[in-house]
Design a protein around this ligand. Structure first.
Ligand code: E4P
Length: 220
């Protein structure tokens, strides 16, 4: 499974990328609004750090505006993926951009029927939001299972990005279901490294090594 980092913060992207496990980046307007930089400059900087798909979202509401923005954003770098919301206008824009060879990530997917329509429109990626479904009292991971079942039956080239990830268990379940990608906030990615037995194990190895090293020290 590929791992994307879900942030627009350059320091966090640099740090996570240095861990050797980041395959791409997703941003959204809320994440970008937290950074005090011009959108296109920010996206350009992200492309310099991570050599993989970088999602940048359009803000227009009509297909015409989305296509225009998508074409502009795609000129920034070959790795740019245009993020488009799951609306009828969004699907019209997805069809146009994908037929021009521009990769589209259809975002704000909350049902299997939406996922199917996005695949039909030519989306390279679809982003079902599991955490927001959980927040609304539905089972977000159940949606991933449904989507993976549908995609198993056909030859769509669409990859599933498990989005709105809230904790490491979302990621593990996504991997067990065969999801292609999870896009993970920095703090969740950080938590995935931790296990108390790893810390205890390292300390014991170090203590034992120290004891052994002092007992084997040459006599003065
Ligand atoms: C996905 O691409 C979105 O940026 C993101 O996962 C949304 O997550 P949130 O529900 O934590 O805002």
């Amino acid at each position: 499974m590929k791992i994307f980092i879900d942030t627009a913060n350059l320091e966090k992207i640099k740090e996570a990328n240095s861990w050797g496990i980041v395959d791409g980046v997703t941003t959204n307007p809320s994440l970008v609004s937290k950074e005090n930089t011009d959108f296109k400059t920010l996206v350009k900087e992200i492309c310099k750090i991570v050599n993989g798909p970088i999602s940048a979202e359009v803000m227009g509401c009509t297909a015409e505006d989305m296509v225009k923005e998508g074409r502009e954003l795609s000129k920034i770098h070959k790795n740019i993926v245009i993020k488009i919301p799951m609306t009828k206008e969004g699907m019209k824009a997805t069809k146009v951009l994908s037929s021009e060879g521009i990769n589209v990530n259809v975002t704000l997917i909350f049902s299997a029927s939406q996922a199917l329509l996005a695949c039909k429109a030519g989306a390279r990626y679809i982003s079902p939001f599991v955490g927001r479904l959980d927040d609304a009292g539905q089972d977000g991971m159940k949606l991933i299972a449904e989507i993976m079942n549908i995609l198993d039956c056909y030859d769509f080239e669409t990859e599933v990005i498990v989005a709105s990830v809230r904790h490491p268990i979302h990621v593990v379940e996504a991997a067990q279901m065969g999801a292609d990608i999870a896009t993970i906030p920095f703090d969740v990615l950080d938590k995935m490294f931790n296990h108390p037995l790893t810390d205890i194990g390292i300390k014991k190895f170090q203590d034992d090594w120290e004891k052994c090293a002092s007992s084997k020290a040459p006599a003065k």
